[in-house]
Design a protein. Sequence first.
Length: 132
Amino acid sequence: MDEMKSLREEVIEIEKRIAALSDAHNLIGEWFKDLSNPSIGHAGEIGMTDRIREILNSQAEFQSLSPTHVRDILVRGGFSLEGRSNPMAEVHTVLRRLVAGGEATAHEDDHGNMFYLGIKPKKRRTRESRAS
């Protein structure tokens, strides 16, 4: 009986994780749709820092990314790394700056690999929202 209860609790936890991953997948899909919008930035382009910030903030609360994953998402989203002498160094630098600026957190796994997670900005109350 205890084993069945334990397995049911495990199923519930797995279902929660699946739902969270599904939400993250949907957020990334929406983010990629936004990238194809020519009204973003100047002449349809935004810089690497802004794109990385968006990538980190589009992740589920518990899903951090390695620098390699960040680069892969950049490229899949249409961000060109051509002409850059060391794009991974740039990705690492941007990630470190976002952490230093309080816009992301970093943690190291047991193997010494760094992973990053965005800190979603708190929504500011506007005058209109305070009036209602």
